[in-house]
Design a protein around this ligand. Structure first.
Ligand SMILES: [Zn+2]
Length: 285
């Protein structure tokens, strides 16, 4: 079975991106895994600090390992981890990748924290990937009326800063600020800055991760992948599908959870399938 690192090399060859979907319970997990299984593509399960607290870090790592034991290329990422301690705990629990997010700190402090996690991960298991963050993209997973404060073209990640950051930290993956925003902005703005993505990718030479993919259009994803994005995060769209599917299902008066939850799972699956098709070049390659 290929490791996540090997699957990333595969995305380079195929010029596709791996879908990363956040979940916080077994229904979300089921939806993502069944969608990926149906399409026969690799997928990453993402759990933020709050999400992993809810489902349990060891529990979700175990679920992913069971799925992998069944031959599915499913991986687990400890999404946005704001402290060194929690990033180390995630590595100890056996995640495939971890994001140390010190993007709101000074450049020097961001480098220091990120470097510490890279060193720790290498010592534990060289297959574990470490992702660093440079540039602010907001912190919400909701539907927003306007672009969050602090997100603008001026605050987007500069290629020369990205190069310095990657060289000084030794990270495997970089999440830049390139017109992407966490959550969904109702106006559909901002658009992804494709030329900036391309310039950063050329400067750093490692795969880029696009956060806050909810709300972006399919052609933006296609162009971003062409410019060097290899992992795309979707969270808010999945949360909305879950909530709306569940709200609809409970109206029926059904009391068996495995029946009324099924509708929410099916609605989430639809979102995952449509994204995975786009990320994987409509599966034509
Ligand atoms: Zn994110």
């Amino acid at each position: 079975m290929k490791s996540l690192r090997e699957w990333l090399s595969w995305t380079e060859e195929k010029r596709v991106a791996i879908g990363h979907f956040n979940i916080s319970d077994s229904e979300g997990f089921k939806a993502v895994v069944e969608a990926a299984k149906g399409l026969q593509v690799p997928v990453i399960i993402g759990v933020s600090e709050g999400e992993r607290e809810f489902i349990g870090l060891e529990e979700i790592v175990a679920l992913v390992k069971i799925a992998r034991g069944n031959g599915l290329p499913v991986f687990i990422n400890a999404d946005h981890t704001y402290s060194v301690e929690k990033a180390k705990a995630a590595i100890d629990a056996g995640v495939d990748s971890v994001i140390i997010d010190a993007a709101e700190k000074s450049f020097e402090e961001n480098v220091r924290m990120t470097k510490e996690i890279v060193a720790y991960a290498r010592l534990k298991n060289p297959e574990i990937l470490v992702e660093g963050e440079l540039g602010f993209i907001g912190k919400s997973s909701k539907v927003l009326d306007t672009i969050p404060d602090g997100v603008s073209e001026e605050t987007q990640t500069k290629p020369e800063d990205a190069k310095k950051f990657v060289e000084q930290t030794g990270i495997d993956l970089l999440a830049p600020s390139v017109g992407n925003v966490h959550g969904i902005v109702k106006t559909g703005e901002p658009k992804l800055n494709i030329e900036r993505i391309r310039a950063i990718r050329q400067a750093v030479g490692i795969p880029l991760v696009l956060h806050g993919g909810s709300g972006n259009k399919d052609d933006e994803f296609i162009n971003a992948i062409d410019a060097g994005v290899r992992i795309i995060h979707i969270n808010t769209e999945l949360r909305l599908a879950y909530k709306e599917g569940l709200a609809e299902a409970v109206k029926s008066g059904e009391v068996a959870p495995y029946k009324f939850m099924q509708e929410a799972v099916e609605d989430m699956k639809k979102v995952v399938i449509s994204k995975l098709r786009v990320f994987n070049g409509e599966l034509t390659q």
